[in-house]
Design a binder for this molecule. Structure first.
Ligand SMILES: Cc1cc2nc3c(=O)[nH]c(=O)nc-3n(C[C@H](O)[C@H](O)[C@H](O)COP(=O)(O)OP(=O)(O)OC[C@H]3O[C@@H](n4cnc5c(N)ncnc54)[C@H](O)[C@@H]3O)c2cc1C
Length: 378
């Protein structure tokens, strides 16, 4: 019997939704399953888009705001500003962004099944049948995040090295410069990574990511923000947190008719922890190679992607150096030097390649997307 779908994607977040959109646009019969009830629920990320990702999303006003520079702080509170002509980051209203991506995929023809959890699958002639949901597919993509259950079900590689991220949202902080992403370094502030304060959309996002053997403690970063703004006892409006894979691509990332993308595949920069642009990039690319395979007898999809995904060898090496952690006196001494400036500039502003076509009209229907997301209809 013919499978119900050409492609089922587990995980309706950045990678899964962009993948679903492209696959549906190419004529595949696509379904996305996600355990969340609403694409914008349970957001785990800060949601900053680098310019390369932002260039290709025609976001409606109100969902994002531009932040042009990065301000890096030594433990003493001394800082240094970095900018690059023509470059910016986008702080996003991430739940709204995810709802637009979902609407866009759905307008392209993908069927979105939120509130549906992955429970495993078994092979049958012509494809796989998903347990519990009783739907079948010719090809399966796992876009279900850092602790992928799809990976586990098929014996694919786990993300062995992760950072733990924790973030709170407070009402926009007066006194915190809104033109910069504020990044805090130091052994207390953020062992192994950084603390941050992002002047976001209608709020300030304050977070920290640390090595997984350390529980993220926002205390030192909050104290530094208090010193900067004079504000304490901040009203907390939201809390987010999750794992950030930093060990590079998982191996293996595919098996017969199954492939991982996004965080599930470890496609996150080991150095910056940024994964959204890769989720877009390889989400889309996975859809292309799966459609080539299913429609035009193209090369097995994972073989094509294996040649394209980055190894992150240099960034992994730099991550291990960060894991050791520079002593505070060294950060203080380095802050103003040209070497530190050049290094930080290359980390934050180095161009990242990405090509994604302009989004379909979903982005012109902002209120509709918000309403649909809120009702759980998409
Ligand atoms: C605290 C924090 C801050 C971050 N900040 C940034 C940032 O500012 N910029 C950036 O580029 N990157 C950032 N990252 C990384 C970025 O969030 C990820 O790279 C990105 O979310 C990966 O997208 P994804 O679609 O692969 O996976 P995810 O966004 O993790 O989505 C996985 C989806 O799968 C679903 N799912 C999981 N298990 C199941 C199951 N069993 N059944 C059904 N559905 C399932 C989940 O509900 C979810 O919708 C941050 C990460 C963290 C933790």
């Amino acid at each position: 019997m013919k499978p119900d779908f050409d492609l089922i994607i587990v995980g309706g977040s950045f990678a899964g939704l962009v993948c679903a959109r492209t696959a549906a646009m190419r004529g595949l019969k696509v379904a996305v399953i996600d355990r969340k009830r609403d694409p914008g629920a349970q957001v785990r990320t800060t949601g900053i888009l680098v310019k390369e990702a932002a260039d290709v999303l025609d976001l409606p006003a109100g969902v994002s705001r531009k932040v042009r520079g990065v301000r890096i702080y030594a433990p003493s509170g001394r800082h240094r500003d970095l900018e690059s002509d023509g470059y910016y980051f986008l702080a996003t209203d991430t739940p709204a962004l995810l709802r637009w991506l979902a609407l866009d995929a759905s307008l392209a023809g993908a069927r979105l099944l939120y509130g549906a959890r992955w429970q495993g699958a078994c092979y049958e002639p012509g494809g796989l049948r998903l347990r519990g949901l009783d739907i079948s597919t010719r090809y399966l993509i796992g876009a279900d995040g850092a602790r992928s259950q799809v990976a586990r079900s098929f014996g694919l590689g786990p993300n062995e090295r992760v950072l733990m991220g924790s973030e709170i949202h407070v009402p926009s902080l007066p006194g915190l410069d809104r033109g910069h992403l504020h990044c805090f370094f130091g052994r207390d502030q953020a062992p192994g990574y950084i603390g941050w304060a992002v002047p976001g959309v209608g709020c300030t996002q304050i977070g920290i990511a640390t090595k997984s053997d350390r529980r993220p403690d926002l205390g030192p970063v909050l104290r530094q923000i208090e010193a900067l703004t004079g504000l304490s006892d901040l009203d907390l409006t939201e809390r987010r947190g999750g794992l950030i894979p930093v060990g590079g691509p998982v191996r293996p990332f595919a098996s017969d008719r199954v492939m991982l993308i996004g965080d599930a595949a470890g496609l996150v920069s080991p150095l910056t922890g940024g994964g959204i642009h890769n989720a877009f990039r390889y989400g889309r690319r996975a859809a292309q190679v799966v459609s080539d395979y299913l429609q035009d007898r193209g090369t097995e999809p994972s073989q094509v992607l294996a040649r394209e995904i980055p190894s992150y060898a240099l960034k992994s090496l730099m991550r291990r150096t960060m894991d050791i952690g520079a002593p505070d006196w060294m950060i203080e001494a380095m802050l103003g030097t040209p070497v530190m400036g050049a290094l930080a500039q290359s980390i934050f502003f180095r161009p990242r390649t990405i090509t994604l076509p302009s989004m379909t009209p979903a982005f012109r229907h902002a209120p509709a997307a918000r309403a649909l997301g809120a009702t759980g209809l998409i």
